[in-house]
Design a binder for this molecule. Structure first.
Ligand code: DO4
Ligand code: MG
Length: 277
């Protein structure tokens, strides 16, 4: 089951049909048993014919903050150890990978988030910029994972590598977080065999491609959600990006006009073009 937010409202797509839900986003998503609720909606909601509902797609978000976990895969740890050699920060990444407590940081307020088909941004004061493809959890206000989406944790590696204390500037700026195209709701936890892939294109040519399996993550999804909710409340639920495993080579940096396509099994593809703010 997939939930979409558009300028015309909230739409539910089942295997066979599309339905319009006459409720606001937060009211639909923030509940226990979201899958069962949506299944029930397919019996009563208005069925939509045609594809017009898909125009004016918005990110699947209303009052949810976006948070992110980091250094959850070995590849991310190794890339950051290398990038922070000269700043003396390398040890931090080794330690956090092994520690009981994960790295979790605030990524974006909802109004800064972009969706499928919209531009993501690179900072003008950064020389090394990458996308980070991440399975992203939707967690309801009670702390229960109710759905999944695709996230792009756009990052400045030059700013992060200069000093680990610059992390908020490397990670949080207008249009640095993309999620979408939908909220994917299933009746059991997402499979560990789920594949995550990325293609970065310049002038229609693939410059970098990578694929990984969710099973390579060091931590469990419940563990990450549990740490986030330890001392924080989210009245409308929240999103949590779960970290990247796919890191382009060190000589690669994004340029305006590049197109980033991130695909996750079951959810679909999130496509964004890179631009300056
Ligand atoms: O500590 C740096 C950020 C890590 C991150 O965003 C990731 O591993 O995905
Ligand atoms: Mg990340």
């Amino acid at each position: 089951m997939k939930l979409y937010k558009t300028l015309k409202g909230v739409f539910l797509r089942s295997e066979s049909s599309v339905y319009k839900l006459n409720q606001q986003w937060d009211e639909v998503v923030n509940r226990d048993g979201l899958y069962n609720y949506l299944s029930a909606q397919t019996k009563t909601a208005e069925k939509i014919i045609g594809d017009d509902w898909q125009t004016d797609l918005l990110p699947p978000i209303a009052n949810q903050e976006v948070w992110a976990a980091g250094v959850t895969y070995l590849q991310s740890r190794d890339a950051r150890v290398e990038e922070s050699q000269t700043s003396g920060g390398s040890d931090l990444y080794k330690r956090v990978y092994d520690a009981e407590r994960p790295e979790i940081f605030f990524k974006s307020a909802p109004q800064r988030v972009v969706g499928h088909g919209q531009d993501v941004a690179i900072r003008k004061d950064s020389t090394w910029n990458v996308p980070e493809p991440e399975l992203t959890l939707f967690i309801n206000s009670k702390g229960s994972i109710q759905g999944y989406t695709i996230g792009n944790d756009m990052s400045s590696r030059s700013i992060e590598g200069e000093n680990a204390l610059y992390l908020p500037q490397a990670k949080t700026y207008d249009k640095s977080a993309a999620i979408g195209p939908c909220l994917y709701v299933i009746d059991s936890p997402i499979s560990q065999d789920t594949m995550i892939s990325i293609v970065i294109k310049r002038s229609d040519k693939a410059l970098y491609e990578g694929t990984t399996a969710l099973s390579r993550m060091k931590r469990s999804l419940d563990e990450l959600a549990g740490f986030l909710f330890r001392e924080l409340t989210f009245p409308s639920g929240c999103y949590l990006m779960t970290g990247t495993c796919l890191v382009p080579p060190n000589d690669f940096t994004l340029q305006p006009g590049d197109v980033v396509e991130i695909s996750i099994d079951g959810i679909g593809t999130l496509t964004n073009t890179v631009a300056y703010n």
